[in-house]
Design a protein around this ligand. Structure first.
Ligand code: SF4
Length: 126
């Protein structure tokens, strides 16, 4: 059993990841995280630095340099999915709920409207 600290909005990014990102270290770290999370994993849902941020060039002194923007997206995901900050939940349930409450509910475009990557995630979904 493994435990992963994950920003709430990364529950969306992970589901649409196609190998693109901020740098080679970012995409390689994100690929590793995605490959390592499985049905036995647990997610701690956070709104600050997580396992994906660890490989990101935008992380400065352990804080995202777009924290204001991404923190807002995290909060929207928490609210729509009914997660509590720092809640620990089975990975399968975490991704299922994000999928149902945001992606299938057609709320991706609204939730991620300020994200530069929406053109990828929104391709067939919005
Ligand atoms: S942009 Fe910010 S929230 Fe996104 S992975 Fe990088 S440090 Fe984390």
């Amino acid at each position: 059993m493994s435990n992963y600290k994950l920003r709430a909005h990364h529950g969306l990014c992970i589901q649409f990841f196609e190998g693109k990102g901020y740098s080679d270290s970012f995409t390689s770290n994100m690929s590793n995280v995605i490959n390592n999370i499985n049905n036995d994993s647990y997610i701690q849902v956070v709104t600050n630095k997580d396992v994906i941020c660890n490989g990101c060039p935008n992380l400065e002194n352990d804080v995202c340099n777009s924290q204001h923007k991404v923190g807002e997206i995290d909060k929207k995901v928490l609210t729509l999915c009914g997660f509590k900050e720092n809640e620990i939940i089975k990975a399968k349930d975490f991704f299922q709920r994000v999928n149902e409450k945001i992606i299938k509910a057609n709320k991706l475009k609204e939730v991620c409207k300020n994200c530069e990557w929406l053109y990828i995630c929104g391709k067939n979904k919005v």
